[in-house]
Design a protein around this ligand. Structure first.
Ligand SMILES: Nc1ncnc2c1ncn2[C@@H]1O[C@H](COP(=O)(O)OP(=O)(O)O)[C@@H](O)[C@H]1O
Ligand SMILES: [Mg+2]
Length: 262
């Protein structure tokens, strides 16, 4: 389990995270939602060890992140950043193979097959020989998802759960690939791994999240099941929009439908 406790990140005189606590547990899909600038990416970076908090602690299975060697951490968790730029003229398969750098112990047979298997998972099985630069934004995003799936392998290895951290993985995807991406995340969690995903779509969050954390102005504004968290009051207090939250008859899941309120 990844656990941030009372984490504060200060930039200048401003706390962009203010005493935030959050967990990423194995077997669960945890979603962070919230307005632009709320601190979602910053919290993800703190949990993955990319940013060191000014105060508070971040632990992985009880050990402070700072005490873990980067290669050990990379064997247990993979990170899909909000934007990944690549300036080199790589083919798609070469980009995905970068994920193997973190798996020195992998058998030669799996080294050959894992990249293509990961590309097939993201529906890009026939794209291996294409130039990464020439793909659409959404296709490039799925290539990076394949790269981190290739890095992390199975959700549980030798009884140890693995984790994936996804910063807006569905941002430039069409609806089918948004669903396929979240299905991949869901299966990873159902297989015993841990998932943290930042999502803007509250309806997809309601469909997929076991645990929803809503951030606002560097703090956790609400957390719990989507059913408990997504309310009319939250839409107004956190997102500043007067939208009515509906309930699906089956399953009682909340949904938010943008519409004019007369
Ligand atoms: N390196 C930085 N320097 C200055 N401000 C930053 C930096 N990183 C983030 N911020 C600010 O902190 C706030 C939170 O950023 P971020 O975590 O990226 O938000 P979110 O992912 O929720 O949109 C924003 O107001 C952003 O401008
Ligand atoms: Mg962000």
């Amino acid at each position: 389990m990844f656990e941030a406790e009372n984490v504060t990140i200060r930039i200048g005189s401003r706390n962009i995270l203010n005493a935030v606590s959050a967990k990423v547990e194995p077997g669960k899909l945890t979603v962070i939602a919230g307005p632009n600038g709320a601190g979602k990416s910053t919290l993800l970076k703190v949990l993955t060890g990319e940013l060191k908090p000014d105060s508070g602690s971040v632990r992985f299975d009880g050990t402070p992140l700072a005490a873990l060697a980067p290669h050990r951490l990379a064997a247990r968790r993979a990170v899909l950043p909000q934007s990944s730029r690549l300036a080199f003229p790589f083919t798609v398969l070469e980009v995905v193979r970068l994920g193997l750098e973190c798996r020195p112990g992998l058998s030669p047979a799996l080294r050959r097959t894992a990249p293509l298997a990961a590309l097939e998972k993201v529906d890009l099985g026939s794209f291996g020989g294409r130039h990464y630069q020439e793909l659409s934004g959404g296709e490039q995003q799925r290539v990076h998802l394949a790269r981190i799936l290739c890095q992390i392998g199975e959700p549980v290895v030798h009884e140890r759960p693995h984790y994936i951290f996804l910063d807006e993985p569905t941002a430039s995807l069409d609806i089918r690939h948004q669903i396929e991406t979240l299905d991949i995340a869901r299966r990873f969690a159902d297989g015993g791994g841990g998932v943290l995903a930042i999502l803007h779509d509250l309806n997809l969050s309601a469909m997929y999240a076991d645990h929803l954390i809503v951030m606002s102005q560097g703090e956790v504004a609400a957390e719990g099941t989507p059913r408990a968290v997504i309310t009319d009051e939250l839409m107004e207090s956190v997102f500043g929009v007067r939208l009515k939250v509906g309930r699906q008859p089956a399953g009682d899941l909340p949904f938010v439908l943008p519409q004019a309120i007369g």
